[in-house]
Design a protein around this ligand. Structure first.
Ligand code: HEM
Ligand code: PLO
Length: 488
């Protein structure tokens, strides 16, 4: 298991509860930057105490890969925290569930259901294109005025994942969608903060206000999930599988009938609800965040936008919409997506891992129960690995000829790696490619006159979100007379 008897412990910060309070009270630096700065003093692998927990902070890719890949199973645990327990009914989901046979079963099932969609009659590609088309119509309507694209981007992304999870979609202005926007933001703002800051009731480090917001938001989310669940139960049939919820219902039924393969994983109604809640939540918040960051960087870098448009004009042309089979022909757009995921990783500290047994990292011993935080921000901004890491430069992902993709450094893990790797990587990449190519084929995104450029400092939370900003979408020359609504 890699345990080195008598080995050394990693450098440790003085055990100060102050670290916890520094993080919670928001020093000038958010946690991922603060942990990156601590490297100067303690090296790139160090430990610290957060309340009663020992936490190992990992800032380089060799150690990160040793943990996630080579010793993936040893470090596959998740900590239990008050906030994630509230969100997931004590870890009955995938992302915040500890390593167990139920977790393994859920992962396999969801993975299977996501793969199956690629082949079904209503393919994921068709669903994404339908949403991209409706989003482009909206952009045409609000042309030349300053708009916050976030709600429409979120609706488009939500509808893709809604089709996958619940076989349904939301129209503009739908009340249920509006309430989803609100509760989801409330959850993103408050959940999992306590995996960094232990709750010391006596110090009031974790604000009770946050817990109150989280409770309210989770309760609204739960009502929505319950409603979808009841609706599905009514017209469920063993013979048709409409979506992920049907797949989960089927698995639950066969586990109840003591079917050999599933009876020991104990699928309860809570498990079904929490797992579909995970995929719905992850499906919406991550992809939307990356689209918002992409737009922020595109308006900061009009030359990048022009280059993507040139590539689109040359390779896809103007008489048809982009499709997934164009992906190989549009390396500059792919490189731009990779660069956005590098410079603003959605999940800058991943989700904390836990050592399930005594083990080691590099030359250091790690005790069972240690929490491990992989600082993806440090990996993606490592000066030894990336030239001018703070510079937004999609070109770094292109080969010398500029006509193919390359990966200039191994210090790049936007979706994590190993047994806990992101389940939605393929889906997210399809969505990012199609939404961005559809928008940029027709529109140029610009700053409204007199408005400041978007702030490129992210808001730290369970996902690293950009602050709100408005842009104008201008139809490109030749598109004014193009017949609208050519669905793919
Ligand atoms: C986990 C990134 C989109 C579902 C993760 C992790 C990262 C990540 C870094 C944590 C890995 C770890 O803790 O080691 C991203 C990025 C996305 C994205 C950058 C978009 C660009 C999605 C989508 C879905 C999804 C669209 C759902 C369809 C999940 C799930 C987990 C996860 C279920 C938990 C896996 C586990 O703990 O076993 N993702 N994700 N993600 N992601 Fe994603
Ligand atoms: C987003 C808000 C939702 O209301 C609930 C939810 C469920 C799953 C979470 C997701 C939130 C945030 C992003 C997470 C995802 C599981 C995996 C993903 C943490 C909290 C990432 C990026 O790791």
């Amino acid at each position: 298991n890699g345990f080195v008897p008598g080995g050394r412990s990693p450098p440790s910060l003085p055990s100060l509860p102050i670290i916890g309070s520094l993080l919670s009270l928001g020093t000038d630096s958010p946690p991922h930057i603060f942990f990156q700065q601590l490297q100067k003093k303690y090296g790139d692998l160090y430990s610290l105490m957060m309340g009663s927990h020992k936490v190992l902070i990992v800032n380089n890719h060799h150690h990160a890969k040793e943990i996630l890949i080579k010793k993936g199973k040893i470090f596959a645990g998740r900590p239990r925290t008050v906030t994630t327990d509230l969100l997931t009914r004590d870890g009955k989901d995938i992302a915040f569930a500890d390593y167990s046979s139920t977790w393994k079963f859920h992962r396999k099932m969801v993975h299977g259901a996501l793969c199956m969609f690629g082949e079904g009659s209503v393919s994921i590609e068709k669903i994404i294109c339908r949403e991209a088309s409706s989003m482009c119509d909206m952009l045409t309507e609000s042309q030349n005025s300053a708009v916050d694209l976030a709600p429409e981007l979120t609706r488009a992304v939500t509808n893709v994942v809604c089709a996958l999870c619940f076989n349904s979609s939301y129209k503009r202005g739908d009340a249920e969608f509006e309430s989803m926007l609100q509760y989801s933001q409330g959850i993103v703002d408050t959940v999992a903060k306590d995996s960094l800051v232990d709750i010391f009731p006596w110090l009031q480090i974790f604000p009770n206000k946050d817990l109150k917001i989280l409770r309210q938001c989770v309760s609204i989310r739960d009502k929505l999930l319950q409603k979808k669940y009841e609706e599905h139960k009514v017209d469920y049939s063993d013979n048709v599988q409409r979506d992920l919820l049907d797949a989960l219902l089927r698995a639950k039924r066969s586990s109840e009938n003591n079917n050999t393969s599933t009876h020991d994983v104990g699928l309860t109604e809570d498990h079904v609800l929490m797992t579909v809640g995970d995929i719905f939540g992850a499906g919406v918040e991550t992809t939307t965040t990356v689209l918002k960051w992409s737009i922020a960087y595109l308006v900061h870098n009009p030359q990048v936008q022009r280059k993507i448009q040139e590539e689109l004009d040359n390779k896809t042309g103007k008489d048809r919409h982009p499709q997934l089979s164009d992906r190989g022909n549009l390396p500059y757009l792919e490189a731009t997506i990779r660069e956005v995921l590098r410079i603003q990783p959605v999940s800058p500290l991943l989700i904390p891992h836990v050592a399930l047994q005594d083990s080691s990292v590099g030359e250091y011993t790690v005790q069972k129960g240690t929490r491990v935080i992989i600082n993806l921000w440090s990996l993606h901004h490592d000066e030894k690995e990336w030239k001018n890491p703070e510079l937004f430069d999609p070109g770094r992902f292109l080969n010398e000829e500029g006509d193919g993709l390359c990966c200039p450094s191994a210090s790049y893990l936007p979706f994590g790696a190993g047994v806990r790797v992101c389940l939605g990587e393929a889906l997210a990449k399809m969505e990012l490619f199609l939404f961005l190519s559809w928008i940029l084929q027709r529109f140029t995104l610009e700053m409204p006159t007199g408005q400041p450029l978007p702030d490129l400092q992210g808001k730290f939370g369970v996902v690293l979100q950009p602050k709100k900003f408005k842009v104008t979408a201008k139809l490109r020359a030749d598109w004014e007379n193009f017949p609208l609504m050519q669905h793919c």
